[in-house]
Ligand binder design. Sequence first.
Ligand code: AMP
Ligand code: MN
Ligand code: MN
Ligand code: MN
Length: 272
Amino acid sequence: MIFDLHTHTDVSDGALSPNALVRLARDRQVDCLAITDHDTLGAYEQLDPGVRQSIKIVVGIELSTVWQGHNIHIIGLNVEPGNLTLQEGISAQQDARVSRAILIARRLAKTGIDDPMPAVRKIAGKSMIGRPHFARHLVDIGHVKNLNAAFRKYLGNGKIGDVKQCWAALPEVVSWIRAAGGTAVLAHPVKYGMTWTKLRALLDDFKGSGGQAIEVVCGNQEMSATRKLTDLAGDYEFAASCGSDFHQASNWSSPGQFPPLPDSVRKVWDLW
Ligand code: AMP
Ligand code: MN
Ligand code: MN
Ligand code: MN
């Protein structure tokens, strides 16, 4: 069985529609898929019944939070979408995305760029607005060569367009997932650029907040990182999740395209 429990659609910052993503996942031999768009469950409303039945679906979401100045992502898996606590939390995060976008636009304007907000709204369309849409705009106006440079110079950690103060705190985000009967998973632990000591401090707080699992295997991850995360999952008695974090064809691994979880870890799906 191939489980891919971390993927995106164009309801957030991915390229494919929800139906197209499921079809691609099927083509790539994925047996069980979680669509985990940023701060929205909207993809699940768009799935055609036939497409939905073509694969085992675990309802998921990737929630943004901030911890000690780092942008952290918590995945909720197997959540009950109708849960009111989760719905209210998601609604607050969506408001936060809009107010954050306005702050990002203001900060970018201070660097001499014309107010990017109208163009960025257009690029985002109905999708959850986010930094990737600002990155696309900066490329469109010829301000940077590519998306990576946009993050490196303007939007990435510590850069002028990195506005963090909008999100709900870590314990709150975990509590929404738990209230909805879901499993709270720390996404891509090595992508935050923390020292192992700092990551352990995050894991302490995550565990204390009700976190139950970490992503031990994430698309395009070094084997040495996987080994370290395997040890950490064991130390903290976290279950292990895995996923591609697929957004689009370039730069991201394809659905299902990552090494299997090590035998020694407890699989997150064994909790369900
Ligand atoms: P946001 O959800 O608005 O905070 O934006 C974060 C998203 O930006 C991540 O989920 C990635 O999809 C994307 N991202 C982060 N860093 C980069 C990068 N260097 N190049 C392209 N996309 C990135
Ligand atoms: Mn993303
Ligand atoms: Mn993420
Ligand atoms: Mn993701």
